[in-house]
Ligand binder design. Structure first.
Ligand SMILES: [Zn+2]
Ligand SMILES: [Zn+2]
Length: 176
């Protein structure tokens, strides 16, 4: 397994995620693809999960249209995707794409926290595209702040429904 892919193993099992956090089905049966999100605070992983495409869509569909537009707008305006993909292709090691925030480019060690996301296909291999990526908590907070209060509540409900422990207010948006 590549080092890049190892970042997205479950820390609990040290193996790839096997079930969707929401529908609890085995991932290859749940949908054609899934996303793994991990939230770190001061280099400690505070929340990690895999969510199948179907459940991810059902959560993000509960976001209002202006909120979806705000997320799209941030991703399009603050990230030079063409340049980023060129940068990533030029890396010596693929896992180096997680060394900096995809948007503001702050180095991972200098962040307060960050979110990692990767997209997997049904056979469990990584889909190489806009993901995998790392986004620093500052940039994620900017996106979260641009969401309508209802959409922020949708996200907080998702966290409190599916996770124990971390206060949902502390967990920045992870599905986009
Ligand atoms: Zn699911
Ligand atoms: Zn950033």
């Amino acid at each position: 397994m590549s080092k890049l892919q190892q970042w997205f193993n479950s820390l609990e099992t040290d193996r790839p995620f096997e079930t969707c956090k929401v529908c609890t089905q085995l991932l290859p049966l749940a949908a054609d693809s899934w996303v793994v999100n991990k939230h770190y605070h001061r280099s400690e992983c505070i929340m990690e999960y895999a969510v199948c495409e179907k459940c991810r869509d059902s959560v993000s569909n509960r976001f209002s249209d202006p909120s979806k537009a705000a997320i799209r707008d941030f991703l399009e305006t603050n990230i030079d995707w063409e340049q980023r993909l060129l940068d990533w292709m030029a890396l010596e090691k693929p896992e180096q794409r997680l060394d900096n925030c995809v948007a503001c480019r702050i180095p991972r060690e200098k962040t307060e926290g960050f979110t990692l996301s990767a997209h997997f296909r049904q056979d469990g291999s990584l889909i190489d595209g806009a993901l995998p990526l790392l986004m620093c908590s500052g940039c994620v907070a900017t996106i979260t702040a641009s969401l309508s209060p209802e959409s922020q509540k949708t996200w907080q409900e998702f966290v409190s429904e599916h996770f124990e422990g971390p206060d949902s207010d502390d967990i920045n948006l992870g599905i986009f």
